[in-house]
Ligand binder design. Structure first.
Ligand code: SAM
Length: 296
């Protein structure tokens, strides 16, 4: 297929001129995470040729479509209506190209869509992906931390106890961790990460592909201090480097970590979390935690 794309002065993609209809199926379309110039020509082409578009928020996608001069019928598909809307969308895909977009970035990545893909595949529908921006991967490329093994955690739970448990679960994983977070919760999350993981190299990456894009790479404890009182504006990804070779932890360090963990966790779990973060003996830490608990 020959597809002509026109570019406007600022480099953003204008309307693809191909009118060829798309075969029926589901098209997962990644959209920009800030800079509209990051919409790929192929993504613009699919959006302009799809029969309809399943969207997270029609107001957000309407702006993108307006930017590329496309008018299309949109079906809201989000966490609150997904179960109700999904069967109708699957039925539509049998005779029509249905594109799936989220508000920003790659659908399904901390965004709705996985069940739509699951059910489409089960129904024998052709599923195609149009890859593109994803904040997790973009942050990993900016952080300057190891990229050979990484684990994406999405958003951690908002509640302290559940958050501490989620962090304890991954403390021993020898991989770089990638998390999404919002400005107001950044300080608390960084503190919880120091408690649960011990100090590590880490980065706060924000506003990727926008005017104030920034990546600050230092230690987790320095980041926790830097953002203790005021989270920065904008959209944020936290990247945490893998654990180092068994760090030397003093008794005072262990006590401080135990005291912090005991604020959110029962004694055994606090000892377990600190054991994972430091490599120290869990039973000894439990005994110490029992002693410290009385002083709290
Ligand atoms: N599906 C999207 C993706 O592919 O990255 C992620 C959607 S998730 C609901 C939104 C979160 O992604 C934000 O709260 C933020 O943590 C992160 N994010 C999105 N855009 C970003 C950007 N431009 N810079 C930094 N983080 C971003």
């Amino acid at each position: 297929m020959h597809l002509m794309i026109q570019y406007s002065d600022d480099g953003a993609t204008d309307v693809p001129t191909s009118e060829a209809p798309l075969p029926p199926g589901l098209y997962i379309v990644a959209t920009p995470i800030g800079n509209l110039g990051d919409l790929s020509p192929r993504a613009a082409s699919v959006l302009s040729r799809a029969g309809s578009i399943a969207v997270e928020d029609s107001r957000v996608t309407a702006k993108l479509l307006q930017r590329i001069g496309v008018k299309r019928s949109m079906t809201p598909y989000h966490d609150h209506n997904a179960d109700k809307v999904r069967p109708g969308l699957i039925a539509k895909m049998a005779s029509q190209a249905v594109a799936l977009v989220s508000d920003a970035g790659t659908p399904l990545i901390s965004d709705p869509g996985y069940k739509l893909v699951r059910d489409a595949r089960a129904a024998g529908i052709a599923v195609t992906t149009i890859p593109g921006p994803c904040a997790a991967i973009a942050a990993l490329t900016l952080a300057g931390l190891p990229t050979d093994r990484f684990l994406f955690l999405g958003f951690l739970p908002a509640k302290e106890k559940a958050r501490a448990e989620s962090i304890a679960e991954v403390a021993a994983v020898r991989a770089t961790l990638i998390l999404y977070e919002s400005g107001p919760r950044l300080g608390a999350t960084l503190r919880a990460l120091v408690t649960g993981l011990g100090d590590r190299d880490a980065a706060v990456v924000r506003e990727i592909s926008k005017t104030y894009e920034e990546a600050v790479t230092t230690s987790l404890s320095e980041l926790a201090e830097r953002y203790a009182n005021a989270g920065p504006k904008g959209e944020i990804v936290i990247v945490v480097g893998p654990p180092g070779e068994a760090p030397v932890t003093t008794q005072a360090d262990a006590d401080a970590l135990l005291r912090e963990a005991l604020k959110n966790l029962p004694t055994a779990k606090a000892a377990g979390a600190v054991a994972k973060a430091t490599g120290l003996d869990r039973r000894e830490l439990y005994a110490r935690a029992m002693a410290l608990k009385d002083d709290l």
